[in-house]
Design a protein around this ligand. Structure first.
Ligand code: NAD
Ligand code: LMR
Length: 340
């Protein structure tokens, strides 16, 4: 077992997702059974008691990998020496809202936090933004940490959308989610995202398009299912969860955040996954936007790399462009708010 613990900071640790994250991280689900962790929980004053209560319960879990837990409302203390930051703390949306409706409420959180990470985090720090609108909040955090830290240390969570897509395909094809590889979420963590199966494969070697055509009675029926059922279901799943549960996703979001950090730190396994990372112009996405792409990690400390060179047909191009236009509009809106 590595003796030096990895410092992990969770913002919004007293909230719903925070509560679902902490115990799994302490149990080793995120960094593996050999890496001890030191947890730093950041809250605002109103959330401190809930985070302190979670810290008491962490102690009661007697986790062998958990070295210590600090609770604070000071970002500079929370991010001091941290190697992994999960930026969860933000207001969630309610019924009838789009995630972009949270821009004004949440944008002010991520500038100061990005600056604090740039100022005091460990040299190897990587931060993932979960709080919505996640892509644009990551863009704000990355811009605020510059020039102390390269922008590519910041990413945003679209692994939940990726996992949702895999879950829908597994149900439609009656296979295990583990048999499905190389699905892609392109664009924004919003209703404009483009869940793309054109490059996907099954463990038995069939392409997803081939398997869907066999299952649904031909390629036209498969295309209709993708356009009319699969894409809207995945893209609007967050709203469906809010409608059914009464509040936004929690355990599946925490699970996806753990998947995101685990694969970034330890390496992706079979094929690629999806994450929103800073564009350097890949696939024609304007430089600087935080956009979801197919990504791999070698687990070598370099983080996620975009898988390049995939073909996009006209339909795919159009769907990606629409989501990228929304990302550009969100960036312009936060500029207008004076946050960027
Ligand atoms: P929640 O309201 O239960 O918890 C949020 C916590 O953040 C609260 O305890 C609050 O006190 C704290 N907080 C607010 N401002 C803070 C700040 N400046 N610093 C530190 N903590 C702060 O909400 P939740 O259900 O845990 O959701 C958190 C965020 O995650 C929301 O924005 C939600 O929309 C988003 N979310 C994203 C995804 C995704 O896939 N990207 C999925 C689910 C939820
Ligand atoms: C989700 O996708 O479940 C989250 O982003 C929460 C939301 O507002 O939909």
């Amino acid at each position: 077992m590595a003796s030096e613990p990895t410092t992990v900071t969770i913002t919004g640790a007293g909230g719903q997702i925070g509560y679902a994250l902490l115990f799994r991280i302490a149990a080793g689900d995120m960094l593996g059974p050999d890496r001890p962790v030191r947890l730093r929980l950041l809250e605002i004053p109103q959330g401190m008691r809930a985070a302190e209560g979670a810290a008491l319960e962490l102690q009661d879990g007697a986790f062998p990998l958990l070295r210590d837990v600090d609770v604070t409302d000071d970002p500079l203390t929370a991010f001091d020496g941290t190697s992994i930051a999960l930026l969860v703390g933000a207001r969630p949306r309610g019924p009838g809202m789009e995630r972009a409706d949270l821009l004004a409420a949440n944008a002010g959180i991520f500038g100061p936090q990005g600056a604090a990470i740039g100022a005091v985090a460990a040299d190897d720090v990587r931060a993932v933004v979960v709080g919505n609108p996640a892509n644009t909040n990551a863009l704000i955090a990355a811009a605020s940490a510059d020039p102390s830290l390269p922008a590519d240390r910041f990413s945003a969570l679209t692994r939940l959308d990726h996992n949702r897509a895999v879950g829908q395909l597994a149900a439609a094809l009656e296979v295990s989610p583990g048999d499905i590889a190389d699905v892609i979420i392109w664009g924004n963590h919003s209703a404009t995202q483009f869940p793309d199966v054109a490059h996907g494969i099954l463990a038995d070697g069939r392409s997803l398009l081939e398997a869907l055509a066999e299952r649904l009675g031909g390629s036209e029926a498969a295309s209709a299912w993708l356009d009319d059922a699969f894409i809207p279901r995945v893209a609007k799943r967050g709203a469906e969860i809010i409608e059914v549960r009464g509040s936004s996703s929690v355990a599946s979001a925490a699970n996806a955040a753990i998947d995101h950090v685990r694969d970034e730190q330890l390496g992706t396994r079979r094929g690629w996954t999806s994450a929103a990372v800073v564009s350097r112009g890949e696939y024609g996405v304007p430089e600087g936007l935080v956009c979801s792409f197919p990504v791999i990690s070698r687990g070598d400390g370099e983080g996620y790399r975009i898988v390049e060179g995939l073909d996009l047909d006209d339909r795919a191009r159009r769907l990606l462009d629409a989501s990228v236009a929304e990302l550009a509009a969100e960036r312009d809106a936060v500029r207008a708010l004076g946050v960027l």
